[in-house]
Every structure is written in C-alpha cells, then in structure tokens.
Write a protein of this length. Structure first.
Length: 217
C-alpha cells in the first residue's frame, strides 16, 4: 500500500511540474502607427487632440487621429509596416484614420483632405488585411500596388493613377483598375456624383491635378 501511495504521489508531482513548465500561447503583437521622414521643406504633424508639431522632424511617429501636412515646396514620406510607404507632394494633407498590424493582418485607412500622394503598398497576404484611401468621398481599395491619388481639387475632382503592377483587385470608387489605368470623377459633399472617366497623366506625375481641372477639358 505504501508503495502505491508513493507512486501516486510521484505521478502527481510530475503532473504539477509539467503544468508549471507549459509554454504560454503566443499572442501576436499589435503594432500601430508609422514613421514620417521629411524630404524637403517644412512638414507639420497635427495630433488628434489638436496639438501640432511644426516643423516636425524626420522620425516623428504618426498614429491614428493624426494629420500630416506639407507646405509649398515641401514633401515627406510616411512609412508603415512591411515596406508600405506614402510619399506626399507639396501642399498635401493626409489624415491617418487607422494604422495597425497584428501578425500578417494589416489595417490601414487614410483620408486625403487635398493634394497628391504616391502610395507604394506591399502585397497584403492575409485575407483580413485592408488598405484604403478616401478622398472627397471616393475610396480606393488596394491589395498591393503602386498608385497616385489626386485631390479633391477646388473643383471637387478626385483622380487615381495605377502603375504597371496594378490588378483588378484594386478599385477606385468601385471601378476596377489595372496596369497604367487612370480615372477621375467628381464629388460633392463627400459623395461621388459622376462615373469614373479615363484620363492620361502627362509629364510630371505630380502635375496631374492641373490636368484634372474641369475648365481645361
């Protein structure tokens, strides 16, 4: 009887030791925010609470609720996760609505108040990932490509240009994009009020907003 009790006690001790040494489940770390780099001129970062950093130095971290504002003859790059980055042209304001990463799942939502921005979006492999940019009510949804977003201009025109690596998975206001496809449309009070219209960006890509003027067409 004593031997049986001893064996039972030993088994219980081993069970307790195994339980205490179990590896805890791995929890994916959630990352948020992005890093801003000044390319030229002066750039301002306006925080969600209304406070501002101006001029904002390279290395400034921007998070959900912040706005990045470039002035005349200035530019900046905002770097997100896994190589995704945005280059802001001069006189551009971009608001960060969401910017987080959990494992392979990326959730980035931006709102362009005005100006022009060049997006280099790393391919999103997780089906739950999302990258969207809204400008004047027109929404671009991207799975991984390089594209330009213009506007809204003072005439409420928004345009998008997709580069050679673009596929139909990328849409602009619901219109499928493709390699070297460019569309413009009109908006009113944050609503799209016209169909997607094709156009060709000529010369300097940063000059496209001038090509999108209604009075010049």
């Amino acid at each position: 009887m004593t031997s049986k009790r001893t064996n039972l006690a030993q088994i219980l001790v081993w069970m307790l030791l195994l339980a205490s040494t179990r590896v805890p489940p791995v929890v994916a770390q959630v990352q948020d925010g992005a890093t801003m780099t000044v390319l030229r001129g002066q750039v301002a970062v306006v925080r969600g609470d209304g406070s501002a950093i101006q001029p904002a130095p390279s290395g400034t971290v921007v998070r959900a609720g912040d706005e990045i504002r470039t002035l005349a003859r200035s530019g900046a790059i905002v770097t997100f996760f896994v190589g995704t980055e945005i280059e802001l042209g001069e006189e551009t304001t971009l608001a960060v609505e969401r910017a987080s990463r959990e494992g392979d799942r990326v959730d980035i939502s931006l709102r362009q108040v005005f100006g022009v921005s060049l997006h280099r979006v790393h391919a999103l492999t997780d089906p739950g990932s999302s990258y969207r940019v809204e400008a004047g009510g027109a929404v671009a949804v991207v799975r991984g490509t390089e594209f330009l977003m213009y506007g809204p201009t003072d005439e409420n025109v928004v345009g998008m240009v997709c580069f050679a690596d673009c596929t139909e998975q990328t849409t602009f206001a619901g219109c499928p994009m493709g390699p070297d496809v460019a569309y413009w449309l009109e908006t009113d009070r944050a609503r799209v009020v016209s169909a997607c219209q094709p156009f060709t960006a000529k010369g300097d890509i940063w000059n496209a907003p001038n090509q999108l003027r209604l009075t010049s067409r």
